[in-house]
Design a protein around this ligand. Sequence first.
Ligand code: PDD
Length: 278
Amino acid sequence: MPEIAYVNGKFLPLEQATVSVEDRGYQFADAVYEVVRTYRGRPFGLDEHLARLFRSLAAIQLEHHLDDGQLKSLINEAIQRGGFPETLVYIQISRGVAKRHRGVPDSYEPVFVMTVRELPDTRHIREHGITIVTVPDNRWGRCDIKSVGLLPNVLAYQTAHQAGANDAVFVEADGTINEATAANIFIIHRGRLLTPPEGPKILSGITRGNILDAARAAGIPAAERRITRTELLCADEAFLSSTTAEVVPILSVDGQKIGTGSLSLRIYEQFTKKFSSA
Ligand code: PDD
């Protein structure tokens, strides 16, 4: 199956897709993105993903002519063209091509890029779990914007790999944990599901929101509140959530084992009902 890209109005094979070296996304990370997946061939949580995309665009004052309906049909067309059993769609919108200068150009043409590929199989990590390390949260103050400026995330992930772990979780100097490099974090403490609150320190994950709903639907109390590294280390269970990996149990944090257990599984099973009935 060919991997496909869509660049400013045209579908083409991924390897033929290019953008200018003067694209502001490339030079300044002046761009935002979204990642959408399908279940049973249909995009999951598309309304929520697009709402978040429009929030990100507004937050960086990127002016555009995209509209919700047009984007939905484009994404659906891309999924059809790809023809994969399950699809991962990446969407990126930059502030376009301009002579390299920090100032936002008076007028610009946003560059809209989409790539369409087969959804990677993440069942293995979901079933086996991952190890994580904690790293200082040295990111910027607007992690709620889905910006392509992900260098701290790249470096934190690299730190984890160099330490023999699978991922890293960002922790503030006062011990507050925020999220992983590309996923939100949850712990289970005395039968309650806890996750850090929405705000500028985390991306408000679409999976995160659906997991909170699923927990409540399964009768498991859930709260959004500050969680410390110590609480994470003492958690009964802990997991990460994201579009691609869904729910991933955390086996250990900084070498210290965390319990794995039944509540996370119950929540995951409840979560799967969302897309089996979608
Ligand atoms: N990342 N936090 C961060 C920093 C993320 O990059 C992501 C997703 C999430 C989870 O959000 P969601 O549940 O909406 O996927 C949380 C995507 C998958 C990525 O960058 O590939």
